[in-house]
Design a protein around this ligand. Structure first.
Ligand SMILES: Nc1ncnc2c1ncn2[C@@H]1O[C@H](COP(=O)(O)OP(=O)(O)OP(=O)(O)O)[C@@H](O)[C@H]1O
Ligand SMILES: [Mg+2]
Length: 184
């Protein structure tokens, strides 16, 4: 397999160095410029150079926080949490390109603030958790992500208020002792 070619981008000034310096210091970057000036192409080239996945969100005024962060979906008889593009980017350490972010309403973009400032955190209100981007800038942790998914499943099944060990209740075929069988 050959590595994907670098998207063709000719620097105009020192924007490549500036972007890479911002990346190393975990800073968000705002790109401003008229249509066709190369913003999208630039980000594609940077994602290639920095070996990061690029997740693009086309923002518009109907965009909701759930569109960015994620939502519970009904599948068959079950509820399943599905990450939004912003959450996926945090988990995977990808570059999240919020195209036309100025079009998004303020009540939507408010979720970006704690992620883009020094806190580097993405609060997911519906799950009652905070994902910490600062700890994810190296490698994703598949084990932690799997455990996290299991706790979400348990919460969706209505065991959220119980002890952490209630996660076992989502395993099919595990017979748990009822209160009568429990020994003191
Ligand atoms: N610096 C550059 N180097 C190489 N190609 C460029 C450069 N700037 C612009 N282009 C060319 O212009 C085209 C349009 O650029 P691009 O889609 O990145 O613009 P944009 O700023 O994202 O525009 P929009 O605001 O409409 O999304 C690209 O497909 C590319 O062919
Ligand atoms: Mg563009």
């Amino acid at each position: 397999m050959t590595a994907a070619a670098r998207p063709f981008y000719v620097p105009v000034g020192d924007e490549e160095q500036v972007f890479k310096a911002a990346f190393r210091q975990h800073l968000a970057v705002v790109l401003k410029g008229p249509t066709g000036c190369g913003k999208t192409r630039f980000v594609e080239a940077m994602a290639h150079d920095l070996d990061r996945a690029l997740i693009t969100v086309s923002c518009h005024d109907d965009l909701t926080t759930a569109d960015l962060v994620g939502r519970f979906l009904l599948e068959g008889g079950e509820t399943r949490w599905v990450d939004g593009p912003l959450t996926r980017a945090v988990r995977e350490g990808a570059i999240c390109y919020l195209d036309e972010v100025v079009e998004a309403r303020q009540d939507t973009t408010v979720v970006i603030h704690p992620l883009a400032d020094h806190r580097r955190q993405l609060p997911i209100e519906r799950l009652g958790i905070v994902l910490d981007a600062a700890h994810r800038l190296t490698l994703p942790l598949p084990l932690a992500a799997t455990a996290h998914q299991m706790f979400l499943q348990a919460a969706a099944a209505g065991h959220g208020g119980e002890d952490d060990s209630a996660v076992v209740k989502i395993f099919p075929g595990v017979e748990l002792p009822g209160p009568a069988q429990r020994k003191e």
